[in-house]
Design a protein around this ligand. Structure first.
Ligand code: UGA
Length: 433
């Protein structure tokens, strides 16, 4: 098989498919990335990926190249390129998907399967399918549900597999080919759901929209908790016991970020508007607004805790990645909080176990340091990414031995609040008294 696009999705997919026995060539236009992958090195932090890459490359069944003609040897072609938010609007930018399909088409043969994995606006597959069909190949839409930090496991053992196929015998055959591709997951009873293109495309955006809504729901409850003295974490525990609601993704804090949830809900809104159904997902604008407000709330807590003025106060910002187990800083709430505090004149020092390099290249105006150096002399500490390094391994007593002040703002509600209070800290959570 070929995997076109070797970013997060593609690189993990290529390595994971090799690990379950396939012969894979990964193709990308980014020469340095391809060189790194070909040397068995992961170009980003993802637990388990370096091992799979090394094994795959050593086995000779995993190759990486910038030469699209290598796709000619494959019979199944995955499209895993990015669909970022457009620079001047909410819609998804399909430049890379179109470019990948354009480049692939001359190398397709009758009978080949092209499997789209990128997250696209509903209706995209139907348009691409005609162009693919002209070569005698068949397009399937096979969305990806991997989470960064668990990407390898999610690819090898997903919750479900979805295949959007054309109607008739051609579609049935295409679904059978995907069953072969994912034979290991199917052997362990992973649901394999065959649909039309539109449903498959929508499954992906609907899932991300639901997850974003769940997070913003609990963050809206946090806002209510803040004016009533209630505790949103106890509220989440209590409602989470209802199996219909469930506790997962009810973590209140500074909200969601990353390369998927924020841009996917915006692209969904934009697409619904185009379809004349903007009102059906108008609530996603609210989901977005609640989410962005929580970053400001964390900043406000710091400002209030420092008596209304952070100017030239040293603030240790613990976290830069949009979530733990990742070095991804795309739309990171953590860095947004850091940038806002810095904008107010604070002497902000950011630390993160994995994401400092990425953060520095994106925000060179911020100061970066190792954890204890960041804490040294700080007037306030803000936890914005719930790495174990902060929630479990940092004791309040150790923090006290380094900082100048005893103010901690827990932007992820991840610290043991009683323990910090007992050690003399003034603790502020999100939606907690
Ligand atoms: C998300 C989805 O969870 C995946 O299923 C999907 O495949 C992926 O997007 C994608 O479209 O490619 P990911 O972006 O890796 O995965 O991150 P999540 O684990 O969903 O977390 C997103 C954000 O929500 C993070 O900033 C996290 O800190 C935040 N979050 C999560 C909360 O604020 N509260 C929670 O309770 C859970």
């Amino acid at each position: 098989m070929s995997v076109i696009g070797c970013g997060y999705l593609g690189a993990v997919h290529a390595a994971a498919m090799t690990s379950i026995g396939h012969d894979v060539v990964g193709i990308d236009v980014d020469e340095p990335k391809i060189q790194a992958l070909a040397a068995g090195k992961a170009p980003f932090f993802e637990p388990g990926l370096p091992e799979l890459l090394t094994e795959g490359v050593a086995s000779g069944r995993l190759r990486f190249t910038t030469d699209m003609s290598a796709a000619a040897e494959a019979t199944v072609h995955f499209i895993g390129v990015g669909t970022p938010q457009q620079k001047d609007g909410y819609a998804a930018d399909l430049t890379y998907v179109n470019a990948a399909v354009d480049a692939l088409i001359p190398h397709l043969k009758p009978g080949d399967i092209v499997a789209g994995k990128s997250t696209v606006p509903v209706g995209t597959a139907a348009i691409l399918a005609e162009r693919v069909a002209a070569t005698g190949a068949t397009l399937v839409w096979n969305p990806e549900f991997l989470r960064e930090g668990w990407a390898v496991q999610d690819t090898i053992s997903p919750d479900r597999l979805v295949a959007g196929v054309p109607s008739g015998a051609q579609g049935e055959r295409a679904a059978d080919v995907l069953r072969e591709v994912y034979h290991t997951a199917i052997a362990t009873d992973t649901p394999f759901i065959v649909t039309d293109y539109a449903t498959a495309e929508l499954v992906k955006v609907a899932a991300n929209a639901f997850l974003a809504t769940k997070i913003s729901f609990i963050n809206a409850m946090a806002e209510i908790a803040e004016v009533t003295g209630a505790d949103v974490t106890e509220l989440a525990d209590a409602i989470g016991h209802d199996a219909r609601i469930g506790r997962r993704f009810l973590g209140a804090g500074i909200g969601f970020g990353g390369g998927c949830l924020p841009k996917d809900i915006r692209a969904f809104s934009a697409r619904a508007e185009e379809l004349g159904r903007g009102e059906s997902v108008a609530f996603l604008r609210e989901v977005d607004a609640i989410n962005l407000r929580r970053r400001d709330r964390a900043v406000q807590l710091v400002v209030d805790a420092l008596d209304g003025d952070v100017y030239e106060k040293k603030i240790a910002v613990l976290g830069a990645a949009f979530k733990p187990h990742s070095d991804d800083i795309r739309d990171s709430p953590a860095l947004d909080v850091a940038v806002k505090l810095r904008g107010l004149g604070a002497d902000v020092v950011v630390t993160d176990p994995e994401a400092i390099e990425n953060a520095r290249s994106r925000h060179p105006q911020l100061t970066y340091a190792e954890r204890d150096e960041a804490l040294t002399g700080a007037h306030a500490v803000v936890v914005v990414t719930e790495w174990d390094e902060y929630r479990r391994q940092l004791s309040p007593a150790h923090a006290s031995s380094l900082t100048a002040g005893r103010i901690v703002v827990d932007g992820r509600n991840c610290l043991d609040a009683p323990a910090w209070r007992a050690a003399g800290w003034t603790y502020f959570g999100m939606g907690r008294p």
